[in-house]
Design a protein around this ligand. Structure first.
Ligand SMILES: Cc1ncc(COP(=O)(O)O)c(C=O)c1O
Length: 388
């Protein structure tokens, strides 16, 4: 019989065979990889405000929220987060992953149904798995297929929940939210939207709650989840929805109930990020979208196929090894661009995921675009030569 260590080693070697083995790599090069779209994580003004407010605060929450972990700080910040996201209440969780687990495993049971977009994030998939609800995976953004699935299960008992990201994190595409809301209402289903990548980038002008809010759909959506670790530059996450939903989760959501409350420094950072957003968020988001347009135009000029303009620009290359080689070539020229491989994206769609930031200059966008083209050409030529 193989030892535990041999089994682990064998499994890791299997990843090598398909170029799927990962290792931790420190940051270097110009950042075209992080989700710090608005530059909040390193902003000295925000840093200073957080530091000032942390003085005198406990370093830990000291218990679960239902025990000693709750405090006035949570009350206040959750009210601020709820307002920001255009919902009645908010519930803070330590991360977006945990927020999705908390929401889905909290509200769904094995009697219920979920309809989940094919490209949904792993935290949504894992939340669905944990809930044991019956699931239908519909093709990416395909309202026709979703309608068919809703029609087929219409007479079945149980809650029906449609689940989608608003801005898909690995693809940069947007969900057809207006169509999804209509379908949900037509089939007495609910819609849950993960706004992880849209929070702080879209909103109603004064608030940055995401695409649902920007489309005026907040009241027609069951719940949204939001992360603090992307455009808001901090960390943590929250579920936004009705007072009834919050009350329900506090009573039924195991990832919320059986975990120590997030550290006060996280809650304070989130709150300060919201305040900072109200001062600079709109202008930075505008600058970001203009940079994303420039990147798109440059790629079109270079005849590199790409999707709708978005701060997330995927360059789909297909094979894992090719994506790694192209990314390495670009990294060697001083740009931090990473290869994204399965299982993060579907098999055969390994890609570069370029993330545009509000303060990237036109020159640096141009230089990166040229590097992408040069790297793709070089890697393709070398591979062709090896074949012949
Ligand atoms: C769509 C989506 N939801 C949830 C998460 C998880 O958020 P967190 O990193 O805060 O755990 C991510 C993270 O990348 C994400 O892309």
């Amino acid at each position: 019989m193989r030892s535990f260590s041999e089994v682990l080693d064998l499994r890791l070697k299997k990843l090598d065979e398909t170029f799927q083995r990962r290792s931790l790599k420190s940051r270097s090069g110009i950042d075209f990889s992080s989700n710090d779209y608005l530059g909040f994580s390193q902003d000295p003004v925000l840093q200073e405000r957080v530091l000032r407010r942390l003085r005198g605060q406990p370093v830990g929450a000291s218990g679960a929220r239902l025990l000693r972990g709750h405090s006035e700080l949570f009350e206040t910040v959750e009210q601020n987060l709820a307002r920001f996201s255009g919902q009645e209440t908010a519930l803070i969780l330590p991360s977006g992953y945990q927020a999705n687990l908390a929401l889905l495993s909290g509200v769904l049971t094995a009697e219920d149904w979920v309809f989940s977009d094919q490209f949904n994030h792993a935290s949504l998939i894992d939340g669905i798995r944990l809930s044991r609800a019956r699931r239908v995976i519909y093709p990416h953004r395909d309202g026709v297929a979703l309608r068919r699935a809703l029609e087929e299960s219409h007479k079945q008992p149980g809650l029906k929940l449609i689940i989608t990201e608003s801005l898909f994190g690995m693809d940069g595409s947007k969900a057809p939210l207006a169509e999804l809301v209509d379908l949900a209402e037509e089939y007495s289903a609910l819609l849950m939207v993960d706004e992880a990548h849209a929070t702080g980038l879209w909103g109603d002008g004064a608030l940055g709650g995401g695409i649902v809010q920007s489309m005026g759909l907040s009241k027609r959506v069951f719940a949204t989840t939001h992360t603090g670790g992307k455009a808001l530059g901090t960390g943590g996450a929250w579920i936004a929805g009705s007072a009834e939903l919050k009350d329900y989760l506090v009573n039924f959501s195991r990832p919320f109930i059986f975990s120590t409350a997030p550290v006060p420094s996280l809650v304070i950072s989130l709150d300060e990020a919201l305040q900072f957003w109200s001062e600079v968020g709109n202008d930075r988001a505008k600058a970001l979208f203009s940079k994303a347009d420039q990147m798109q135009a440059r790629l079109v000029d270079l005849e590199i196929p790409c999707r709708d303009p978005s701060p997330i620009v995927p360059i789909i290359l297909g094979e894992n090894q090719m994506a790694l080689q192209v990314a390495e070539r670009i990294q060697n020229c001083g740009f931090d661009v990473r290869a994204i491989r399965p299982p993060t994206v579907p098999e055969g769609t390994a890609r570069l995921r370029i993330s545009i930031h509000w303060d990237h200059s036109i020159e640096v966008i141009e230089a990166l675009s040229n590097q992408v083209l040069a790297a793709v050409r070089e890697v393709c030529t070398t591979r062709e030569e090896k074949k012949t």
